[in-house]
Design a protein around this ligand. Structure first.
Ligand SMILES: [Zn+2]
Length: 119
């Protein structure tokens, strides 16, 4: 995103030009961006319940912080926190899968072998 006043290239999420301090985004645009920041709260809760408790908890904590940072006007912080929540969601999802799949395989194999042994 380029500054209208001095033409400096700024970060897409930057609210002000790093060179001259010109406001880069109008109020309407800020509101649109705010609505687009996902807080991952629903995803965090789902992976915590279904997959992996210890890794899902930081996801929920970060997800809960996204909205409070938005309310405080900390857009940069809200984006960062949103990314962290997403990362922890994927971690707990991945670890959950890594733990659940061997467990299911073991259960199925054990179930088959106990059935064939009882015959
Ligand atoms: Zn500028």
């Amino acid at each position: 995103m380029y500054c209208r006043r001095c033409g400096t290239s700024n970060d897409e999420n930057a609210l002000r030009c790093g060179q001259c301090g010109e406001a880069l985004q109008s109020g309407d645009y800020e509101l649109q961006k705010v609505e687009k920041i996902p807080n991952y709260l629903a995803q965090s809760i789902i992976v915590t319940v279904l997959c992996c408790m210890p890794l899902g908890i930081p996801a929920i904590v970060y997800a809960a912080q996204v909205n409070s940072k938005l309310e405080a006007g900390d857009f940069q912080g809200a984006w960062e926190t949103s990314r962290k929540a997403r990362m922890w969601c994927w971690w707990s999802f991945g670890v959950g899968l890594a733990l659940v799949i061997p467990y299911l395989l073991f259960t199925v194999l054990f179930g088959i072998s106990s059935v064939s042994m009882s015959r």
